[in-house]
Design a protein around this ligand. Structure first.
Ligand code: MG
Length: 291
């Protein structure tokens, strides 16, 4: 079970997102609207406010002045490998049997994402998805897209926002980032609030992107961190994080920090602004050499 510090941290992480979601709901967005100008509070750089200075960097969390990741056109086709024999298939195109749903406030129940045409889709108000199984060190493959034709007034963090949240704590961002500027540490492929992707290989809306990710879970000895978490990410076959060291649980303010947790925890797909679709999701536990 999560201790009080962990819970407080999670609340701190969730609060700005929930506030943003509340602002969205209050915005009275018209379904199917094609207005080009975003409403007040919904511009390219809107979203979670600027946070604390990042240790070892010259930027603040969500720094609007940070250098935008350079655009790169990925090779073709982008990697879409089927699951190796020792992988756990989390979504094979048909059902959400590997997942539970998680609503605001952390209440878990039946998953409410839509499944059709071989993908699953984050629909407004559907909450997050949480794997039934728990994982620590992993290799993860998934494919995602933000559907074309979504409301053009939804920009920045409000366009296609979801996320791959490792151990329910460490978020790799999913966002429509082909032509949708936002604060760089919140763009697609970012380790949210810490590192932008080194480059931006995101494809246009409607085209499928792929993430091939290696994650090393943090280690703790009681309350003490003995090894940080690390993320390596190939985004459409392009390396965007090379064993990046995480500062801790995704957070804006106070700055990310670790809080002890179990060696294995569920993977979460974030219920945020969406819409976002996922397919071909599989995960492998990493057992190291001679394992
Ligand atoms: Mg997100």
């Amino acid at each position: 079970m999560m201790n009080r510090r962990g819970f407080a941290r999670q609340v701190a992480v969730s609060a700005p997102l929930m506030a943003a979601m509340g602002a969205m709901a209050e915005g009275g967005q018209q379904a199917g609207s094609t207005a080009a100008a975003p409403p007040p509070g919904r511009g390219p750089m809107d979203g979670s406010p600027v946070g604390d200075m990042l240790p070892g960097q010259k930027w603040r969390v969500h720094d609007r002045g940070r250098t935008q990741p350079r655009k790169v056109r990925p090779g073709s086709p982008v990697p879409t490998p089927s699951a190796p024999s020792d992988a756990t298939v989390l979504f094979g195109g048909k059902d959400l049997s590997a997942w539970r749903g998680r609503a605001r406030g952390g209440v878990e129940g039946e998953p409410r994402w839509k499944v059709e045409n071989g993908y699953m889709e984050l629909v407004p108000g559907a909450g997050s998805l949480v794997t039934k199984e728990s994982f620590g060190d992993v290799q993860l493959h998934l494919e995602w897209t933000t559907p074309a034709g979504a409301d053009a007034s939804r920009v920045g963090q409000f366009r296609g926002n979801s996320g791959v949240i490792l151990m329910g704590r460490y978020e790799v961002q999913v966002l429509s980032s082909y032509n949708n500027p936002t604060y760089p540490d919140g763009s697609a492929g970012a380790i949210y609030g810490l590192y932008p992707p080194m480059v931006n290989p995101c494809l246009p809306e409607g085209e499928w992107n792929s993430y091939d990710l290696a994650f090393e879970a943090p280690r703790f000895d009681g309350e003490k961190l003995t090894k940080a978490a690390y993320v390596t990410l190939f985004f459409n076959g392009v390396l965007v994080h090379n064993r990046a060291e995480l500062l801790g649980v995704t957070s804006r303010e106070p700055i990310a920090a670790y809080s002890p947790h179990a060696p294995e925890l569920p993977l979460v797909l974030q219920g945020h602004a969406g819409p976002a679709r996922f397919r071909n999701i599989w995960i492998r536990r990493l057992r190291g050499y001679d394992g």
